[in-house]
Design a protein around this ligand. Structure first.
Ligand code: ATP
Ligand code: MG
Length: 343
């Protein structure tokens, strides 16, 4: 029996304060487009995974502010807050997430959770005394996030595919033991087919176009941050590394810098075709600089104009609906494991 009336697409909204145009074009915008494309036929669950945010050490004095900032960034990127088919909620405001995670913990194998490569990677970077049980438990909480809502589609990057497989495994195991408790999310391959995932899109660093733009770059000279001033952004584009071939071609092997500029222009809605074949790079750089500047102007003004009151009202109304849905699933599970009387 399906509890939710429409199939559910679920994804976490993780953003932080140093977003760059790579994050925007490669992650934020596709997520907003996805939500708009499928809302109606599907129920869209977008949540801020606030309980996941301190599985590694953070500055807790910033967390409240960052949670709200996360959602504001998506609103500024055009996410339709008024759409009733799109639910936006904070994980910790739906206590069933933590409760189901505990129950699932008792059916998750220590061995299988120990095999998660994200845990191995992240814990390798922390000292032994800083590796928390929460970090180890991360995939179990993620399974609860998904299974509470019968979510079938969950867009996952490479770093999360193992967690999705784990979710499928534990859901299948619980179903085999207790009867049909959970809807098992679709396998990774079908997820990618459904979302038409363009794994390839990676905006490159402007100074070293052989590597991707990344917020942890030390100098930030090759990175356009969403908070950059227009002057800085333009300077970075005009100073972008190109090559000595002297002709504009879209060819990442031979001309990664130029190809990256063409992609940025196109993704921001410009016409990149008109520059192909040109025997100088200046006009392309100028066009990209202008496009980036007008994009930043619009984004920054959207961000400043986000109505916080309206956003919080949206969160509260979504959280009330989500609590209702999640509690139904949790109750079924509690009955199955013997914590509540069977009907
Ligand atoms: P870090 O250097 O800390 O890894 P990052 O700049 O790579 O930061 P993440 O927080 O790792 O950013 O990624 C957030 C999202 O943005 C992910 O979905 C990731 O795939 C996407 N993303 C990151 N960098 C790029 C990029 N250069 N082009 C397109 N998408 C990107
Ligand atoms: Mg990264």
């Amino acid at each position: 029996m399906l509890l939710m009336s429409k199939p559910v697409i679920l994804t976490g909204l993780r953003a932080n304060n140093d977003l760059h145009i790579g994050n925007y074009l490669g992650a934020l915008l596709p997520m907003v487009d996805m939500a708009h494309k499928h809302a109606g036929e599907y129920q869209i669950n977008l949540f801020v995974p606030d309980l996941h945010s301190f599985t590694t050490p953070i500055d807790h004095s910033q967390l409240q502010n960052q949670i709200l900032q996360n959602i504001k960034v998506f609103a500024a990127a055009g996410l339709d807050i008024a759409n009733d088919n799109i639910h936006i909620y904070r994980q910790s405001y739906v206590p069933a997430h933590s409760e189901l995670a505990w129950i699932l913990d008792c059916f998750a194998g220590f061995g299988e959770v120990s095999r998660m490569t994200q845990f191995k990677d992240k814990s390798a970077k922390l000292g032994d005394d800083r590796i928390s049980v929460g970090l180890f438990n991360y995939p179990v909480l993620m399974a609860a996030d998904i299974l509470l809502y019968d979510a079938t589609y969950v867009p996952v990057g490479d770093d999360q595919t193992q967690h999705l497989e784990f979710t499928r495994d534990i859901a299948g195991r619980m179903n085999a033991k207790f009867g049909e408790l959970f809807v098992v999310p679709k396998p990774v391959k079908e997820q990618h087919e459904f979302f038409g995932k363009d794994q390839g899109l990676r905006i490159r660093d402007l100074i070293d176009p052989t590597k991707k733009m990344s917020k942890s770059d030390e100098t930030g000279r090759g990175v356009i941050f969403l908070s950059d001033s227009l002057e800085d952004a333009k300077k970075k584009i005009m100073g972008a590394t190109t090559d000595s071939l002297g002709k504009v071609n879209y060819d990442y092997d031979q001309q990664p810098g130029v190809s990256n500029l063409l992609d940025i222009l196109k993704l921001l809605g410009g016409n990149s075709d008109e520059f192909i074949g040109l025997e100088q790079y200046g006009p392309l750089k100028t066009a990209v600089a202008e496009k980036v500047a007008s994009f930043l102007t619009a984004f920054q003004s959207n961000l400043a104009g986000v109505n916080e009151q309206q956003l919080i009202a949206k969160l509260e109304s979504s959280e009330s609906v989500m609590n209702e849905q999640a509690n139904k699933t949790l109750y079924k599970v509690q009955q199955a494991v013997g914590l509540r009387p069977k009907a």
